[in-house]
Design a protein around this ligand. Structure first.
Ligand SMILES: Nc1ncnc2c1ncn2[C@@H]1O[C@H](COP(=O)(O)OP(=O)(O)OP(=O)(O)O)[C@@H](O)[C@H]1O
Ligand SMILES: [Mg+2]
Length: 269
């Protein structure tokens, strides 16, 4: 009797052990399969990532081409509308030609981004970068009720692909202008040297940014402007600034405007 119960127990325990071992083996097989699958998916992501980046970059370049073409069209239309006023027409055409040159330089800078390499960096003053950004916008902001204040330290110099950084600043200025429409406000552009970095900030007195969207504004295609916005301006700025080993920050609270600051390594710093 005792012998039978021991034998039964023995068989039961052995059975349990066998099924435990089987379970363990299954789990191990499952884990190995998952690890293989994981490695395969990672490799796939690595393969597709450059393609996805290229797709976003293509959109960004189209976005910047559009930013450059709008003022060109405005000048050309101005010349056409004032054909009778030879002096004004000539001035508008001169600005159109000058801005075509700028657009060509900017295009070259943008192609540098697409190639994944930066164009040879040049030493350029913050004054030139800020002037270039305003010149590309080709718009008298006072007509929008915007009071422009520029305080740029004359000694502020950075070593950058100038056309790209100028285009990034232009996006910040366009956003600031859009934020202050239709009522107008104050646009302040400042540049200071702080140790090894040069900081260029664009501040507006618009409605500011809701905390709920703050974490998303640099994402490609994120926009709160409906069909008017493609959500590429800030993503472009971030890409350019980071390609120059810099960073971009924003400070804002609802009703109190927004201040975007790009920090770039100072030339020789
Ligand atoms: N100065 C600003 N004031 C308030 N909100 C801003 C400001 N700048 C950016 N934003 C917010 O960040 C979002 C993303 O800006 P971003 O420039 O990337 O795209 P967008 O201006 O919407 O479209 P676009 O591609 O035409 O530039 C905006 O939709 C807006 O919600
Ligand atoms: Mg924008």
């Amino acid at each position: 009797m005792l012998c039978t119960s021991i034998t039964v127990r023995f068989y039961n325990e052995t059975g349990k052990l066998t099924s435990l071992l089987e379970k363990r083996r299954n789990l191990h097989r499952h884990l190995t399969d998952r690890q293989d699958e994981n490695a395969r998916l990672r490799a796939e992501i690595e393969r597709l990532e450059p393609l996805a980046n290229l797709g976003t970059l293509t959109y960004m370049i189209a976005h910047e081409v559009n930013n450059l073409l709008t003022p060109l069209r405005n000048y050309a239309e101005l010349a056409m509308a004032h054909g009778g006023d030879a002096k004004l027409a000539a001035k508008a055409l001169c600005k159109t030609a000058r801005n075509c040159e700028r657009a060509a330089a900017v295009m070259e800078g943008l192609l540098g981004l697409a190639e994944g390499s930066r164009r040879p960096a040049e030493v350029v003053s913050a004054v030139e970068l800020v002037d270039g950004a305003f010149a590309c916008i080709c718009r008298d902001l006072s007509k929008d009720g915007i009071d422009v204040r520029v305080h740029v330290a004359p000694q502020a110099r950075v070593q950058v692909a100038a056309a790209q950084v100028q285009q990034a600043l232009m996006n910040l200025i366009i956003n600031a202008r859009q934020a202050m429409l239709p009522g107008g406000g104050i646009l302040t552009v400042e540049a200071v040297v702080e140790g090894p970095m040069t900081r260029i900030s664009v501040t507006d007195t618009g409605p500011g940014i809701e905390p709920g969207v703050m974490g998303r504004i640099f994402e490609p295609f994120f926009s709160t402007k409906g069909p008017e916005g493609s959500g590429l301006g800030l993503a472009f700025c971030k890409k350019v600034v980071e390609a120059h080993r810099g960073n971009i920050r924003v400070e804002s609270s609802p009703g109190r405007g927004a201040c975007f600051t790009i920090a770039l390594p100072s030339a020789g710093g």
